[in-house]
Write a protein that binds this ligand. Structure first.
Ligand SMILES: Cc1ncc(COP(=O)(O)O)c(C=O)c1O
Length: 329
């Protein structure tokens, strides 16, 4: 199958770029030093490649992701790095499942749902989940009284991972990790899980890094000084060319995560406007109706979640089709 035969818009994954990204990451953080986050690609086919690169423990954001990974035989060590109430869905799975908890209520939910292992989720600066660092020891004691195994702590410096200034990223990561390491002293256990793509080589205090975007990348992360290539593009067809100098292709808000801003485009085209099913752009190279163009998403996670499948491509050839089988909740 050739790329030109695909129905557009379609998600393309460049085979050489993803091989480069997986190889670069596994050389920097081999085996258990990385716990890849599947939320970035939601695909067991891609997770299997990560396992092949030596990473057999995974991070998930939703119960559906844990269920899908377990069903695919990738459940050796799954961390649900998120607070959940309906833990019962997790108890019968053929997988080792560890759940993040940050309150008495989520510890109670884990115990009720027959979860065996937890991490104490600590807030290290991002205004999202996580207990106050000084509460972590108390929550760990409570979890142990409820017969939960406490494997350690997790935190996520999500407000730091995207900073373009490497010096600032480093300084703030050290501050965040000071809080997490302090909490870990009160909690115990072997695991200090933290980090993302932007801090994969900066966060040296975590025992494991939870990066996910590195595999496919996006144009927001491409602005940083990272050794990963943009493997993900949205293939789109030119559907209209205006006499006033702009052209329109058939990708839009419904095929692109837009929370990190407008996408980029190959071919020297510049994006003017994105609406539901259209991108209006200024052509670099001249275009005609029917031409195929490549759109570079600004944020990988929500982009992938809009699509049912990704196509692995090399040159003009489609090598494989990967279902986005971990979509949903
Ligand atoms: C809990 C958690 N850990 C790690 C990550 C790392 O992701 P990324 O590779 O996109 O930096 C995320 C992303 O949002 C996250 O929510």
């Amino acid at each position: 199958v050739k790329i030109a035969e695909l129905t557009t818009p379609a998600l393309l994954v460049d085979a050489d770029a993803i091989d480069h990204n997986l190889g670069t990451m596994s050389a920097a953080l081999p085996a258990g030093r990385l716990r890849p986050h599947v939320k970035a690609h939601k695909s067991t086919a891609l997770a299997r490649r990560q396992a092949g690169a030596g990473h057999r423990a995974f991070t998930c954001a939703t119960i559906r992701e844990v269920e899908g990974m377990a069903a695919a035989g990738l459940g050796e060590d799954l961390l649900l790095a998120n607070e959940v109430i309906d833990c019962g869905r997790l108890s019968g799975l053929d997988a080792r499942v560890t759940v993040a908890v940050d309150s008495e209520a989520t510890i109670e939910a884990a115990a009720r749902g027959h979860i065996k292992e937890v991490l104490i989720d600590v807030n290290i600066g991002l205004p999202r989940c996580g207990c106050a660092p000084e509460q972590a020891g108390r929550l760990a004691d409570l979890a142990r009284r409820k017969r939960l195994e406490v494997r350690g702590v997790m935190g996520y410096e999500g407000h730091v991972v995207g900073l373009e200034d490497r010096g600032l990223r480093q300084e703030l990561t050290e501050q965040c990790m000071g809080l997490l390491v302090g909490a870990h002293e009160d909690v115990g256990g072997e695991v200090i899980s933290a980090g993302g793509t932007g801090t994969f080589d900066i966060n040296t205090q975590a025992s494991e890094i939870q990066a996910g975007s590195y595999a496919l990348m996006d144009s927001a992360y491409a602005r940083l000084d990272l050794p990963f290539r943009q493997a993900l593009t949205v293939l789109s067809a030119v559907i209209s060319v205006s006499g006033s100098g702009y052209a329109v292709c058939n990708a839009g808000l419904k095929s692109l995560g837009m929370d990190h801003g407008n996408p980029g485009m190959d071919g020297g085209h510049s994006v003017y406007l994105v609406s539901d099913e259209h991108i209006t752009f200024g052509p670099g190279d001249p275009v005609e109706v029917g031409d195929l163009v490549r759109v570079l998403p600004a944020h990988v996670d929500p982009t992938v979640a809009y699509h049912e499948r990704m196509y692995l491509v090399q040159g003009e050839d489609v090598l494989d089709e990967w279902p986005v089988d971990l979509r949903g909740w």
